[in-house]
Design a protein. Structure first.
Lengths: 236, 255
């Protein structure tokens, strides 16, 4: 990302550290059913299930996202992004939200995959696959983060209509549990979690994620360009 | 050439080795323990390898649910986990298995996307030593290795020196070892990597652009043992550096 989302209050811009949270949505977790108790998982998740979006993935709202030819489509994960304003280390649930600068919309585009055990980072660390924007809204302008309407449209059709509610951990609880072992710094982003039923889209399609009060994050999907010699090797 | 980043006298400095310790860019010569050592370069994305030495795979086989390996096992770490040479790493009270991992850290020097194996080493700026701690008590089988095991504050130790690639003729022929309180507990050779450095750069750059400052932690050989509060853990790679870390308890953190 050329210029990480800048805003007019401290910390003024994102740090570039972006953490995602998986299976926080109650419906997403429940969909796994009894499989959670069997190999390879053996037990339901205890701590928050987290992953990183490295800096090569970060892009501004509106940027085109490349769809790899071998997969054909991407899953459009929509999440509320919690932007840290004050260093958060071992924060209590009651004090957690006071450590935020505000909220952003995050579009986390992944190659669809069914494994939660040890999925390849090929699915989640692709260049330009994490859009953040369109603006940072301070906490007091947004209100409670755990009941905001969330909608994903593809080519103008609403394919997912839900909310930021129904999470195993609320924003405050999540911040408390994460900062128990990893300190979050000003400008870091922690995704609250993608609701179950994330739609998929192909190259040529446009999408928009709308979170109530935060505006619309728009993007488009394009076919990935691959150098000729790599294409030839794949064909061989 | 070797270079470090240190804090001294209220400022950050570049430093080089000196017979009496380190020499700052402004000429001052200081003892090794007179400065605060930081990770030796501006660290970008931290890319870590699991099970990249065959003997370590065997060592952990009891807890591995899946052993078939068709691509490198890669995970990512965040900047909050980083500390430098002579730092302190917390061992939470009550855990049973916290272990070090001595690893060759490969620092990217110029952007790499769709880089083939034959060209890969041109993208390497240099090397340093990493001690990539894990606390296995927290292992869960969801997006392994989960961040609570591998991405804890102070659990990615880097340094002391950044060593230019030009000064390391063969990064796949380096002896590495760990000493706990002076006793040898882990040893191996970078010759035994399952996926060598060019293979890793080719694999990663096929889907992500590697940028200058990104670092690949190339995995650890067998011999990972539990460490306890007050242990001095030295991870060392011939020609690269000798990285010292001390384990401290919850009390140091007011817990």
């Amino acid at each position: 990302m050329n210029s990480l989302l800048a805003f007019s209050s401290a910390p003024y811009r994102l740090s570039g550290a972006v953490y995602g949270t998986l299976l926080n949505h109650g419906v997403a977790l429940a969909a796994l059913g009894d499989a959670m108790n069997h190999a390879p998982f053996k037990a339901p998740p205890q701590a928050p299930v987290l992953y990183l979006k490295p800096r090569n993935t970060l892009a501004s709202a509106g940027s085109p996202v490349c769809v790899p030819q071998e997969f054909g489509e991407l899953e459009i994960g929509a999440s509320l992004g919690l932007v840290i304003g004050r260093t958060a280390c071992r924060v209590s649930e009651a004090q957690a939200l006071a450590h935020l600068a505000g909220y952003v919309v995050v579009a986390d585009l992944s190659v669809p995959h069914s494994s939660f055990y040890r999925p390849s980072i090929r699915f989640k660390a692709r260049d330009g696959s994490c859009l953040i924007g369109p603006q940072l809204l301070p906490c007091d302008a947004v209100g409670a983060p755990d009941a905001l309407g969330l909608q994903v449209t593809v080519d103008g059709r609403a394919l997912q209509q839900t909310s930021t509610g129904g999470m195993q951990r609320s924003a405050a609880r999540l911040l408390a549990d994460v900062t128990e072992f990893m300190t979050l710094r000003p400008g870091d982003v922690l995704m609250l979690g993608v609701p179950a039923g994330a739609p998929r889209a192909c190259a040529g399609q446009r999408f928009a994620i709308s979170i109530a009060g935060l505006g619309d994050l728009e993007g488009s999907l394009v076919a990935e360009w691959v150098p000729e010699r790599v294409t030839e090797e794949r064909a061989a | 050439m070797k270079a470090a980043r240190v804090a001294f006298g209220g400022a950050l400095h570049d430093a080089v080795p000196h017979a009496d310790g380190v020499q700052l860019e402004d000429g001052r010569v200081l003892a090794e323990d007179a400065v605060v050592w930081l990770p030796p370069f501006e660290v970008g994305t931290i890319i870590a390898l699991g099970l990249n030495y065959a003997d370590h795979v065997k060592e952990l086989s009891k807890e591995l649910t899946v052993t078939a390996q068709d691509e490198p096992l890669v995970f990512l770490k965040g900047p909050g986990s980083l500390i430098g040479h002579r730092g302190f790493t917390r061992r939470p009270n009550g855990v049973n298995f916290m272990h070090y991992e001595c690893e060759l850290a490969v620092v990217i020097g110029r952007s790499a996307k769709h880089v083939k194996r034959a060209d890969a080493m041109q993208h390497v700026a240099g090397y340093t030593v990493c001690n990539d701690y894990a606390i296995r008590d927290y292992l869960e089988n969801w997006y392994r290795p989960n961040l609570r095991v591998k991405n804890r504050d102070g659990c990615t130790v880097l340094g002391p020196w950044f060593v230019d690639a030009a000064d390391v003729p063969d990064p796949h022929a380096l002896k590495l070892r760990t000493l706990v309180n002076g006793k040898l507990t882990q040893q191996g050779s970078t010759a035994d990597m399952v996926n060598d450095i060019p293979a890793l750069i080719e694999y990663l750059s096929a889907f992500m652009t590697l940028q200058a400052g990104d670092v690949i932690l190339t995995g650890t050989p067998d011999g990972v043992l539990n460490v306890n509060v007050d242990d001095e853990v030295v991870t060392e790679i011939d020609g690269i550096g000798r990285l010292v870390n001390t384990i401290v308890g919850d009390e140091s953190f007011g817990r």
